[in-house]
Design a protein around this ligand. Structure first.
Ligand code: DOR
Length: 442
């Protein structure tokens, strides 16, 4: 099957250019093909931008075990609609993904159900070092240095030293200091005010844990990715370590702050907690100056019924995959960044952070994971229109300009004209760990 996409403004690694892109099978076969290319389908993309599919390097899709909140089918329908063609998923499912068997059965489950491409982190525990040393079909190791949803936690210093010393896969971590959070929980015992969540999981908790993780990474010269950076204070620690350390920020930490609790309550209860307006601004600036490389969602759905319990019974987490690209395209519309920067943060950089083979760029020979976006289209996010099984969005009622209108996964159209093709299946992502990390591949 050959598809010729004509007249699009394609966002290439070298910049944006009005050109044609030829898809053959599951690959990008040519850019600006000479002469009259024959194709089974010709798409006239006049007025639209063609970008690589988004790679979301931090999601929680809840399968197996927690499928009343989310499952692969619903979550990847949401991805298809949102222009996300690849996801990397976290290990706090049930069972936790902490053994080679659990990883392989999750991969098999995903192959049967996911409409987009997939990879799964292996979770660290205080005593699964042998697994972490030997497992390979994974982007890397996830450590909860502070606990969040689920029971994964490695807080013991000796265990952490061993993981950083003896494993070779890249490591990423949830950085909130357990002791600080527990002390703060005692101080705020009895509170039912969700705004106190940001005082319990406070700036100090994030700073202490990120400092601790970076100290380990530097001493052991170990590739390390700081997940969901939420404070201005952490940025100075992350900046400029010659590619050893990379960082990620999430839309909720960019666009929500503590002033929003009054309006949105537990819908924006997250770990790490949302912080202040000043933190929003510093995180945005860190993207612009490349202190932070990646935008990912931390898509973490819970049912509205669960979320509507009084704090602190309400669980932390919110769904986001189907709106993350539009949220950033809306920033392009407002003149706060360029579409090339959005492609860098959401497509190219995650591919290089995790050494993903043949993804994240529009280039000949790369996988045909592509998204057509309409920078003029305005639409309002509504709970009742969400594909996620949890059926809500913290951005309910928000109008955005700039939306994905068609998504290809491995050369096949999975989303077009508002319709999702349930028959499409993504494939397991390949990682070239020998490439050795972010900056070294440039
Ligand atoms: O708020 C959160 N919820 N943060 C996490 O890191 C985990 C997530 C979840 O799985 O619910």
């Amino acid at each position: 099957m050959k598809t010729l996409i004509k007249n699009a403004t394609a966002v290439l690694p070298t910049g944006s250019v009005k050109t044609s892109v030829l898809i053959e099978g599951n690959r990008i076969a040519d850019i600006a093909p000479a002469g009259q290319s024959s194709a089974d389908e010709t798409v006239d993309a006049t007025g639209l931008h063609l970008i690589p599919g988004v790679i979301d390097d931090q999601v929680h899709f809840r399968e197996p075990g927690l499928t009343h909140k989310e499952d692969f089918q619903h979550a990847t329908r949401a991805c298809a609609k949102g222009g996300v063609t690849t996801f990397l998923e976290m290990p706090n499912t049930q069972p936790n993904t902490i053994t080679a068997d659990a990883l392989e059965s999750k991969l098999a489950l995903a192959a049967g159900k996911c409409l987009v491409n997939f990879g799964f982190y292996i979770g660290a525990t205080p005593d699964n070092l042998d697994v972490l040393k030997t497992v390979r079909r994974t982007p890397g190791i996830k450590i909860f240095i502070g606990s969040s949803t689920g029971n994964l936690l490695v807080d013991d210093q000796d265990a952490l030293e061993q993981i950083f010393a003896e494993t070779s896969l890249p490591i990423c971590a949830h950085c909130e200091d357990e002791t600080t959070v527990r002390d703060n929980m005692q101080r705020f015992a009895g509170t039912q005010d969700v705004a106190d969540h940001s005082k319990i999981r406070d700036h100090q908790a994030a700073l202490i844990a990120t400092r601790r993780a970076l100290d380990l990474a530097k001493r052991h010269d170990h590739r390390f990715h700081v997940l969901h950076v939420s404070t201005a204070n952490e940025l100075a620690l992350i900046a400029d370590h010659g590619g050893l350390i990379t960082g990620e920020v999430c839309p909720h930490h960019l666009f929500f702050n503590i002033d929003d609790y009054a309006r949105l309550g537990t819908r924006i209860q997250m770990n790490p907690s949302i912080k202040t307006r000043e933190d929003n601004q510093a995180l945005w600036q860190a993207l612009l100056d490349e202190t932070i490389q990646v935008i990912a969602t931390d898509h973490a759905p819970h049912t509205l019924e669960e979320k509507q319990q009084p704090y602190p019974k309400s669980p932390s987490g919110l769904p986001a995959v189907e709106n993350s690209l539009a949220l950033l395209l809306d920033q392009v519309h407002r003149g706060n960044c360029s579409i090339e920067q959005v492609v860098h943060w959401m497509c190219d950089a995650p591919a290089r952070v995790w050494d993903i083979v043949n993804k994240g760029r529009i280039a000949v020979g790369y996988d045909a994971d592509l998204v057509l976006v309409d920078l003029q289209k305005t639409s309002t996010i509504l709970d009742e229109q969400q594909e996620t099984k949890s059926s809500w969005s913290p951005w309910h009622g928000t109008s955005l300009t700039g939306w994905p209108v068609r998504t290809w996964v491995n050369g096949k159209t999975v989303f077009q004209d508002g319709r999702i093709d349930n028959r499409i299946r993504g494939s397991e992502v390949q990682f070239d760990h020998a490439r050795g990390g972010y900056w070294k591949t440039q």
